[in-house]
Design a protein around this ligand. Structure first.
Ligand code: BES
Ligand code: MG
Ligand code: ZN
Length: 461
């Protein structure tokens, strides 16, 4: 079977299902059979197409063809180029196929029936097109790797199995995987990781992934929150949808995916990824509200709330990043419910001690589809993190601005001469709406954004 995908923005007399001369709505699709050949018409809408629009078109076309078996597909990509906001042919094919491969994703390891999606061969006229398709495949594969990690249930993805998974994933790549565990972890100065993991019988791990292809470049660190399940600990969560908290390792998944993409694209970078992996549970050994822990930078922290665990383990990661010489430190975490109250579910929040850079990250978010919006870090709010017993409390005394006070807590662990970027993605670990190239389950948020930020930081210094 041959299928030709025809993007259109205005209907003509050839198209009986659309009103003639009407604009064909973005993403609306229609199959038409003509002389034994099948055509999939896909609407481009009235507006000029962005990168993300083209990815969505790829996803929508792939979804429309889910049931097709063994078909050969051709795409009239030129029609998309013509209706785009100055996209090159290369960019058009890469975005379209990225959306295609992202929509191809299914998480089915625990489902019985073998309802695998058909494989469709896309035909390209030129070798260059095939190369661009390959680039798209590499990008989507890294995002799907992050989706897999997030979608795994909490009994399958524990800190231990996570560490093994990372070892396996990076086995034949330039990424060196080191796992700090057991005595080496508990006896070293990682007070956050050691406190949070106390109430779980699953031992914590600290995964360090290093990709150094260019030692003369300044080192960039990526720190990702890896809470494989967050029950809240002694400050137990009560919500009925607590199963969501299996995705509380979404930040670490974004970092792992970005490392995979950097590795697979031969990016010339010097980057270290730091992934604290823990469960936040409560048994008789659990850490307690009122506990005071001391960090290697001398700071004492009072645990005002065991459910604010993310910032405690990230603080270990931030200090470690600086101790191994990173000059730019980017952390990413499903950190606060508050970020969703501030921004809704489409864009994550980005914070930095270099505020002037924030709009650059916003632009990279728009281009990659990992949307992000600038947020402030008001030093004045340190007032809310005052502790009677210690230097700082992990819990704010105000019910307002929780994403900002969380960021401010993290900032206490950053030396002034370091550049720090913090991404709170608690609201984007799932797609805000299952549409375009998004499917049920995790979004794979952050992989493409982190990849671009790391590349930009490497070029820029
Ligand atoms: N993992 C949660 C944040 C979260 C909330 C992620 C919703 C995804 C969806 C985090 O550890 C947490 O519990 N944060 C608390 C902080 C509070 C206790 C200061 C919150 O946001 O309520
Ligand atoms: Mg929590
Ligand atoms: Zn959490």
């Amino acid at each position: 079977m041959e299928i030709t995908i025809i993007p259109i923005h205005k209907a003509d007399e050839e198209l009986p299902f659309f009103q003639e001369n009407s604009s064909v709505g973005f993403g609306t699709s229609q199959f038409i059979q003509k002389e034994g050949e099948l055509f999939l018409y896909i609407g481009l809408g009235e507006n000029k197409l962005t990168f993300e629009d083209v990815r969505f078109l790829g996803g929508i076309c792939r979804k429309a063809l889910y049931k097709m078996k063994d078909a050969a597909v051709r795409i009239n990509y030129q029609a998309i180029v013509n209706r785009s906001l100055n996209l090159q042919i290369s960019e058009t094919i890469i975005c379209f196929m990225e959306g295609w491969y992202l929509a191809n994703y299914q998480f089915r390891p625990y489902k019985k029936e073998e309802e695998k999606l058909s494989t469709l061969a896309v035909h390209w006229e030129e070798k260059r097109f095939k190369d661009w398709e390959q680039e798209a495949y590499t990008r989507a594969t890294a995002v799907n790797f992050a989706r897999d990690l997030c979608n795994e249930p909490a009994n399958k993805l524990t800190p231990t199995s996570y560490a093994q998974y990372l070892r396996k994933m990076f086995k034949d790549t330039d990424v060196v995987v080191e796992i700090i565990e057991g005595d080496a972890l508990s006896k070293r100065d990682f007070p956050g990781i050691n406190a949070v993991s106390k109430g779980s019988s699953e031992p914590a791990k600290l995964a360090i992934l290093t990709l150094n292809r260019q030692s003369d470049k300044e080192k960039v660190a990526l720190v990702g929150k890896g809470v494989t399940f967050d029950s809240g600990g002694i400050n137990a969560k009560t919500a009925s949808d607590i199963g969501e908290m299996k995705m509380d390792m979404g930040g670490s998944a974004a970092v792992a995916g970005a490392m995979k993409l950097l590795a697979d694209t031969d990016a010339s970078v010097n980057v270290v990824a730091i992934l604290p992996l823990v469960q936040n549970l409560a048994d008789g050994n659990a850490f307690l509200p009122s506990d005071v822990i001391q960090y290697p930078n001398g700071l004492h922290v009072e645990v005002g709330n065991t459910d604010a665990e993310g910032r405690l383990i990230l603080a270990d990661g931030l200090l470690y990043a600086q101790s191994v010489g990173a000059k730019t430190i980017i952390d990413i975490a499903t950190l606060t419910g508050s970020i969703g109250s501030a921004l809704g579910l489409k864009a994550a929040g980005v914070f930095s001690n270099a505020e002037e850079d924030l709009w650059q990250y916003k632009k990279l978010g728009d281009e990659t589809g990992d949307y992000i919006w600038p947020m402030p870090v008001y030093d004045d709010y340190i007032h809310y993190l005052k502790s009677d017993a210690a230097d700082v409390n992990n819990m704010s005394s105000s019910q307002f601005g929780g994403a900002i006070t969380a960021a401010l807590f993290l900032k206490q662990f950053i030396e002034p001469d370091k550049k720090w970027i913090h991404i709170d993605m608690a609201n984007t670990v799932r797609p805000w709406k299952v549409q375009g190239y998004y499917v049920q389950g995790a979004s794979g948020y952050g992989v493409r954004l982190l990849y671009e930020i790391v590349k930009q930081k490497t070029l820029g210094n």
